[in-house]
Design a protein around this ligand. Structure first.
Ligand SMILES: C[S@@+](CC[C@H](N)C(=O)[O-])C[C@H]1O[C@@H](n2cnc3c(N)ncnc32)[C@H](O)[C@@H]1O
Length: 388
């Protein structure tokens, strides 16, 4: 742990560099950054700077590595590599003046590495100041793995993919609901859509993958009764905690495997399957996720999504609706899952419920919300009604 993150000598750059080292060691940035900030003693302004520096450097890591790699050709030890990346990020993407960025960042590196780091960052500063950087390729410029760019380009079209990926390089501004819960407007739209489907109908609503409870709690504000299930007990506890905090006594929480749910058939007026997914529509919220998700995750998760829908469909009462949503944009997890549903569900499932209108756009029988259209998270939604 960097000496500078504890106590009165903590600096914003020291905190950010420690977070980068921890993330390299496999820790989740979304967890480690708040922990480091809490014990840093930094004021709010410095905390905001440290957060932007840590998350931004993680997002733009490939671009930063390329900038640094122009001037240093041997591997750097983790602490020095993190400082070099953070320095490059300040120079290229935060537009911090070189006189401030270089010396303050170098001061956070181990003493023996400072001359090298100083020389490298000065040269990065010169390169950045010389005008538009001649990035070697799109993947480096946008700072995503090549497979993500390729996959989304194939699945939603190259121009839309690039616009989505660019938008997800910007930090999300917090969006707070009327009840104080922080939730992206796209997710709120999904919950409101489910709530509207259940409006005026008898019978409870089930959120089969409910944790941490964002959608279930919003639905519970208008539906008479909601059940929130989740596979992980620790995550189900998050739903309970959120329901208590919001004073919702009509939201029951169950630990259950949604692929084999412990509920009677035909018992819910609406079942939401807000399934685990690759999360390629919410990368702005999870700065390190783009480096963790693997191409093979798409098929593995699509298989889980199908099994969850297979578990959910029999629980819908006649006249009720099955709603599928994911916060990703891949074909395998959206329209391909719907193709499977069209084939798999019986004749009682012919009716498609009209998806939400703009900013959502029609995609197959469902709808897609692109991150760039309204500055929300990216997601997909599909609803089918069971007639009998
Ligand atoms: C996208 S998140 C749900 C977000 C939630 N609906 C909300 O709005 O706050 C997916 C959830 O599915 C859960 N999950 C994963 N596998 C599951 C399974 N087999 N059965 C039920 N839940 C599962 C995960 O623990 C995770 O909490």
């Amino acid at each position: 742990m960097n000496r500078a993150v504890n106590g009165p000598s903590a600096t914003a750059r020291g905190v950010a560099i420690s977070a980068l080292v921890a993330a390299e060691n496999g820790e989740r940035a979304n967890l480690v950054v708040p922990q480091l900030l809490t014990r840093s003693g930094l004021d709010e302004r410095d905390k905001a700077f440290a957060t932007e520096l840590a998350y931004g450097t993680l997002r733009m890591c490939r671009a930063c590595d390329w900038l640094v790699g122009q001037f240093v050709h041997s591997p750097l030890e983790p602490q020095v590599r993190a400082a070099a990346r953070a320095g490059a990020y300040q120079l290229a993407f935060m537009r911090v003046p070189a006189y401030a960025a270089v010396s303050a960042t170098v001061g956070e590196a181990p003493r023996r590495a400072r001359p090298l780091l100083n020389a490298v960052l000065r040269r990065v500063a010169t390169l950045v100041e010389a005008g538009p950087v001649a990035w070697p390729d799109l993947g480096t410029r946008l700072s995503y793995p090549d497979w993500v760019i390729r996959r989304l380009g194939e699945d939603i079209g190259p121009e839309r993919a690039v616009a989505a990926l660019q938008q997800m390089n910007q930090a999300a501004s917090p969006s707070v609901r009327a009840d104080g819960y922080v939730q992206d407007p796209g997710s709120q739209a999904v919950a409101e859509y489910v709530a509207a489907l259940a409006q005026g109908r008898p019978g409870p609503v089930l959120d089969l993958c409910a944790a941490p409870g964002g959608k279930a709690t919003l639905v519970a504000h208008s539906a008479p009764f909601v059940v929130g299930a989740d596979l992980a007990a620790s995550r189900a506890n998050l739903v309970t905690g959120n329901a208590q905090r919001l004073g919702l006594d009509n939201l029951a929480v169950v630990v259950a495997d949604g692929t084999a749910p412990p509920f009677r058939p035909d018992s819910f007026t609406a079942v939401l399957v807000d399934a685990p997914c690759t999360g390629l529509g919410v990368l702005r919220r999870r700065p390190d996720a783009r480096w963790r998700v693997r191409p093979e995750d798409t098929d593995r998760l699509a298989s889980l999504q199908r099994r969850l829908l297979g578990g959910a469909a029999p629980l819908v009462a006649p006249g009720g609706a099955l709603v599928y949503s994911v916060c990703t944009l891949t074909r395998a997890e959206t329209v391909d899952v719907d193709d499977w549903l069209a084939h798999e569900l019986g004749p009682g499932w012919g009716e498609v419920v009209a998806p939400p209108g703009p900013p959502w756009e029609p995609l197959g029988r469902g709808a897609l919300l692109l991150p760039q259209t309204a500055g929300t998270d990216g997601m997909y939604l599909l609803a089918l009604r069971r007639s009998h």
